[in-house]
Write a new protein. Structure first.
Length: 347
C-alpha cells in the first residue's frame, strides 16, 4: 500500500525546525547521542548506509534529521556504521534487542534486513529510507518505508543544466547501477530534453556494488572523461563518489550539480546547485509521528515535489550563476509537475 507523505505545510514547518548539529566522526561501533541529560521521549537507533556520516550527501541528510530530533524533540539516539560489506542485519538486531523504540535503516540495501528483523521484534518499530517495496506488497504493521520521487527533483536540475549549458553537452554520474539511481537519470534526461531539445547527455556509472557510492577516485576519473568530451555541467547521484566529480569539474573549469544535501560548500563556485532529497525531513517526521503515537506502520510514504520532499537549491550563493529568467522557466516546470501537467519518467 502506497500513500502520500505529510502535507506540504507540515513538511515546511519541520524543515524550518531542522537544526543541524556538529559532525560526528564515523565509527564501527554504536555511538550514544543522548538528549542532553534530560529524560528521553523516545529511544532511536539509526544505521548508516555505505559511505557513512560525513559523506556530505545522503547519510548526512539522515543525520541532520536525527540531530534535529535530538534538539527539538529530546530523543535519545545511537548511530552505527556497519561499513562496506558489513552485517546490516546484525546492526539492526543489536538495536532492536536493546531499549530502542524505533530503528532506522538508511538506504535501500536495508530493505530485506529490516523486513526480517521486524518479524522477530513485533513490539519495535522500524523505518527504511528508500525501501524496496514490490507492487502490491503488504509491509509489516511495525515497518514504514520512506520513499522519494527522485525523478521529479532530477527533472528540475536537468532543465537547469540544459538551459545553462554553453556546449549543449551535459553529463550524469550515477553510483551503483540499480533502479533507484536510474530514477535520477531518467528524470534528469527528461528535464534536459524538455528545456533544451537536442542537448547531448553523457551517462556513466561508477559500478555495480555498494562500493560505487564511496569511490571519489572513480568519480573523478569518470568526471574528467565527461568534461573532456565537452560536457560543461554534470549532475551526480553517487554518494561520496561525487566528491571526485567536483574535483574533476574544478580542474576542467566545469560545473557540477550535487545531490541529496546542499553540497555547495564542498566546492564553492563549482557546485552550481544540488538536487535536495529531504531525507532529514522524513527522518524527523517519522520520529515525531512515533512520539505522537501515530507511527505510519504498514505504509510506504512517498515524498515528491508536491510534498516538498525534493527540489533544488537556489539561494544568495548560487543566484549569480542562475539568471532570473532561467529560474523562472525551471520554476514554471515545477508548477506543471505538481499540477500533473508534466508526467516525469522514473525509468
Amino acid at each position: 500500500m502506497t500513500r502520500r507523505a505529510a502535507s506540504p505545510r507540515r513538511l515546511s514547518i519541520l524543515a524550518a525546525l531542522l537544526l543541524v548539529a556538529g559532525g560526528v566522526a564515523p565509527g564501527c561501533s554504536a555511538k550514544k547521542e543522548d538528549a542532553g541529560g534530560k529524560p528521553a521521549s523516545l529511544h532511536v537507533g539509526l544505521v548508516f548506509d555505505v559511505g557513512g556520516r560525513g559523506d556530505k550527501s545522503f547519510n548526512d541528510a539522515a543525520a541532520a534529521g536525527l540531530d534535529s530530533a535530538k534538539k527539538v524533540l529530546g530523543i535519545d539516539a545511537e548511530v552505527v556504521e556497519p561499513g562496506e560489506g558489513g552485517d546490516r542485519e546484525s546492526a539492526l538486531r543489536e538495536f532492536a534487542a536493546k531499549n530502542k523504540d524505533l530503528v532506522i535503516g538508511v538506504g535501500f540495501l536495508f530493505s530485506d534486513d529490516i523486513k526480517n528483523v521486524a518479524k522477530d521484534y513485533p513490539d519495535k518499530k522500524f523505518a527504511c529510507i528508500d525501501m524496496n517495496v514490490a507492487p502490491g506488497e503488504t509491509l509489516p504493521a511495525n515497518v514504514v518505508a520512506l520513499k522519494f520521487k527522485e525523478e521529479e527533483g532530477s527533472y528540475l536540475v536537468g532543465a537547469l543544466a540544459g538551459l545553462l549549458s554553453k556546449t549543449h553537452k551535459v553529463g550524469f554520474l550515477g553510483g551503483m547501477q540499480i533502479p533507484l539511481i536510474k530514477k535520477f537519470e531518467a528524470g534528469y534526461r527528461a528535464g534536459v530534453e524538455k528545456a533544451a531539445p537536442g542537448t547531448t547527455v553523457f551517462v556513466k556509472y561508477a559500478g555495480t556494488t555498494g562500493q560505487a557510492f564511496k569511490d571519489p577516485t572513480k568519480g573523478k576519473e569518470l568526471g574528467l572523461a565527461m568534461y573532456g568530451d565537452g560536457a560543461d555541467i554534470v549532475f551526480h547521484a553517487s554518494g561520496s563518489t561525487g566528491l571526485g566529480l567536483f574535483e574533476a569539474a574544478k580542474e576542467k573549469n566545469g560545473l557540477a550539480i550535487g545531490v541529496d544535501s546542499d553540497q555547495y560548500d564542498s566546492m564553492p563556485g563549482v557546485v552550481l546547485t544540488s538536487m535536495v532529497k529531504r531525507v532529514d525531513v522524513a527522518v524527523f517526521d517519522t520520529i515525531q509521528q512515533t512520539i505522537d503515537g501515530k507511527f505510519p506502520g504498514g505504509q510506504a510514504l512517498v515524498f515528491g515535489l508536491k510534498e516538498n520532499g525534493v527540489g533544488y537549491v537556489y539561494d544568495a550563493r548560487n543566484a549569480p550563476q542562475i539568471p532570473a529568467a532561467v529560474k523562472a522557466k525551471v520554476d514554471a516546470l515545477r508548477d506543471d509537475i505538481v499540477a500533473g501537467r508534466i508526467p516525469v519518467p522514473s525509468e
